[in-house]
Write a protein that binds this ligand. Structure first.
Ligand SMILES: Cc1ncc(COP(=O)(O)O)c(C=O)c1O
Length: 350
């Protein structure tokens, strides 16, 4: 719906005029053979920022996560992952279908994984008949739980756990810049305990596409080969990578505005009849509203909001509202008012 306030996802951001101009001027070359100066610069900038040896550019976070798993683990092995992790819920079972991995899932209310709980399921004997546990995958911020931050002390606990068992720790850091801003911990410190990190440029950072996979030279050399096998080796893609360079230079600190706006939205709509929001769990740019008390499904509420020009994301657990680059203070105030009006009207008529 044109002119609508789109709070469905931070993937909806569109590159603005300054980013487009920067992209237009990008130097390009054949990235498949490492000859694209803009891609190389983006990879170097990111590696420096994250304190990792090197980085590799991917078209999507989905591909960079699955290539990371493929490069870390062999078919028939197992990974530990949260039951509502993005790599499990979305991507059409890519860990199983593309990497041949068994996923052992753990459910926790805050998206963290407790090493004590994982301990009894570890199987690292390469001679045994059981699947070898190769890696732990974590997500920061945690999408399905409303953008929660993974406390860095917990990531360090998992680092020690993985080191003890000779296992790998991979971070799906699609929104790790949001986590860094919300926690005041630099991305390099969040990344330090992890062998590999996948970071999205196309979410709140506003680039039209692209993700980076970061890690040591040997790992990224393997990942580069699997990127080719997965169909992700690209050509003169520096024109897109330039959007990523621009995003890293201009759009990181402004994520704080998204967080402030999400908090504001949460505070207002928690007063709407039938909606309940855990305001203190609105840590970054996502607001999760439970609509159970309204007697309407999240899908029905979102359909009504859409008629009034506000787009939100319904799911079986409730409604998700995401703030981003294309939603300013006025839009948040307007959206909040529409949500309250819609719920008030529903309370009187349904
Ligand atoms: C936590 C998380 N990981 C990975 C991805 C996949 O990124 P992409 O859409 O670039 O494939 C997403 C996308 O929303 C995400 O939220």
């Amino acid at each position: 719906m044109s002119g609508a306030i789109d709070l469905r996802s931070d993937t909806k951001t569109r590159p603005g005029p300054a980013m487009r101009e920067f992209m237009l001027a990008a130097e390009v070359g054949d990235d498949e053979s490492g000859e694209d100066p803009s891609v190389n610069r983006l990879q170097e900038d990111a590696a420096r920022l994250f304190g990792k040896e090197t980085a590799l550019y991917f078209p999507t976070g989905t591909m960079s996560n699955y290539v990371a798993l493929r490069a870390h683990a062999n078919a028939g092995e197992e990974i530990f992952v949260h039951a509502r992790a993005y790599i499990l819920l979305y991507g059409m079972a890519g860990a199983a279908a593309l990497c041949g991995l068994q996923t052992r899932c753990f459910d926790t209310p805050d998206g963290t994984l407790d090493p004590h709980e994982l301990e009894e399921f570890v199987q690292v004997d390469e001679e045994a008949d059981d699947a070898v546990t190769r890696a732990v995958v974590i997500e920061d911020t945690f999408n399905a739980l409303g953008g929660l931050v993974y406390p860095v002390a917990g990531i360090r606990d998992l680092e020690r756990f993985c080191a003890r068992h000779g296992m790998i720790l991979h971070l799906d850091g699609a929104r790790v810049f949001n986590a860094a801003l919300a926690s005041g911990v630099p991305v390099a410190e969040i990344a330090a305990p992890c062998h590999s990190v996948s970071v999205c440029l196309s979410k709140g950072l506003g680039a039209p596409m692209g993700s980076l996979l970061l890690g040591d030279e040997a790992f990224i050399a393997r990942a580069r080969r699997y990127r080719t096998q997965f169909g992700g080796a690209m050509r003169q893609v520096g024109i897109m990578a330039a959007g990523g360079i621009y995003a890293l230079e201009h759009n990181v600190d402004r994520l704080a505005d998204d967080h402030r706006r999400a908090r504001r939205l949460a505070e207002v709509i928690t007063k709407a009849p039938g909606l309940s929001v855990l305001v203190e769990r609105t840590e970054t740019n996502m607001v999760l509203a439970d609509a159970d008390a309204s007697g309407l499904s999240a899908y029905e509420i979102c359909a009504r909001l859409e008629q009034r020009g506000v787009l939100a994301d319904p799911n079986p657990y409730g409604i998700r509202f995401v703030t981003h680059l294309d939603v300013d203070d006025d839009a948040i105030e307007a959206a909040a008012a529409v949500i309250v009006e819609t719920m008030t009207a529903a309370a009187h008529t349904d």
